[in-house]
Design a protein around this ligand. Structure first.
Ligand code: AOF
Ligand code: ZN
Length: 363
């Protein structure tokens, strides 16, 4: 729900309505790749008369839903949109044309679209049509919303996040904190947000990472298995789960007891490495991938090394559990000897999820 009240000051109002756009955009969290999440509101005489968000690639853009919702009231109104309206024929027609046709008076934009086929052309088109345009309202928030899409657009690679749990004395734990896997917990929310999750299959009775957010679209679960392939037991997927499990392997292998398991696919790669996995994800139209060191993190050591050495990581999410783990000093990232690179991290930000501290930062 939208909190706060619009102020009388014009600029404050712009921020207020833009935050509403972001809130609307997030209704499609995890569902829009390779497209961005976008929200739009149409405001007339200090009232929201139309709102919409982009639900999925192939479906109409946020502006189209909002304009439809506003109907004739869009004339002379102000349109707020978290991303620059597109000016091209993609899967759907240009939003700039829809705005011009609806005769909106002003368009307030969160951020310019990094997509090279849009990149400010939408703004130019609106201005050429005599519409007043303001760009860069709540820009940081809008960029954060689509950090994966932006990265993917600018680099051609999916946005890769590394996640792990730490004890207070700095060991990697193969457990997650209390409450974090439940709806509203940071881990459950992350799984909803990411297009794919790479995790370790060696934990006994492994539970497949699954978001508990109501109606969440599950990420593609990725497992790697080098030959001689270990026997992989994957709990049967429940029927309501749509996302599949994919096993990247370097030779044909048997999954579980050999009986076909629905939703599990094996892909044989010449070389199992992070680059190849990311390439596969890109071809699926994915914007974001989570490397999840849950389970035995040693299984994922090679991928982790490659991620750091090849600068493939964009974000770190660390969960600090209120536990002192004196069991094994090998359980520390320092134990991965070749990770001697010194990296500066940006925007270190703490928050809490249940009893655990969650630290996020960018590389
Ligand atoms: C907008 N509003 O809600 C979204 C935009 O194939 P299409 O037609 O869906 O176009 C996809 C591109 O359009 C996408 O790469 C991005 O540049 C922009 N997405 N633009 O005005 C929206 N989702
Ligand atoms: Zn559009």
């Amino acid at each position: 729900t939208c909190t706060g009240i619009a102020q009388n000051n014009d600029d404050d109002n712009d921020g207020f309505y833009m935050r509403r756009c972001v809130e609307l955009a997030r209704k499609a969290i995890g569902c829009t790749s390779p497209n961005p999440m976008v929200g739009c509101v149409i405001v007339k005489d200090g009232k929201i008369v139309g709102q919409g968000f982009h639900p999925k690639a192939g479906q109409p853009h946020a502006e189209v839903f909002a304009l439809r919702d506003a109907g004739d009231l869009a004339e002379n109104a102000t349109a707020y949109v978290s991303l620059e309206p597109c000016n091209h024929y993609g899967r759907t027609p240009p939003c700039t044309e829809a705005m011009i046709k609806a005769k909106v008076k002003k368009v307030v934009i969160g951020m310019v679209d990094p997509n090279p086929i849009v990149a400010s052309k939408g703004v130019d088109k609106l201005r050429d049509a005599g519409i007043e345009v303001r760009v860069g309202v709540e820009e940081e928030l809008c960029k954060r919303l689509n950090e994966a899409y932006i990265h993917q657009m600018l680099t051609g690679k999916p946005f890769l996040t590394l996640r792990y749990s730490l004890s207070v004395n700095g060991n990697i734990l193969n457990q997650l904190g209390e409450g974090v896997t439940e709806a509203g917990g940071y881990y459950s929310q992350m799984l909803q947000e990411y297009d794919a999750v790479i995790f370790s299959p060696t934990v006994d009775k492994l539970s497949i990472p699954a978001s508990q957010e109501p109606g969440a679209k599950q990420p593609l679960r990725i497992i790697t298995a080098r030959s001689p392939a270990p026997l992989i037991r994957i709990p049967a997927l429940t029927t309501e789960e749509t996302a599949k499990v994919i096993i990247f392997t370097d030779k044909e292998m048997t999954v579980g007891d050999g009986t076909a398991q629905q939703g599990i696919e094996t892909v044989v790669l010449d070389q199992i490495n992070l680059m190849a996995i990311l390439e596969y994800c890109k071809c699926q139209g994915f914007c974001s991938v989570l490397l999840d060191l849950r389970g035995n993190f040693r299984d994922l050591e090679e991928l982790l090394k490659e991620g750091i050495e090849q600068n493939l990581l964009q974000k770190l999410v660390m969960e600090i559990l209120p536990i002192w783990d004196g069991s094994d000093s090998e359980n520390s990232l320092v134990a991965i000897k070749s990770l001697d690179k010194r990296l500066k991290v940006k925007n270190l930000q703490p928050r809490f999820s249940d009893k655990n501290m969650v630290l996020e930062c960018y590389l």
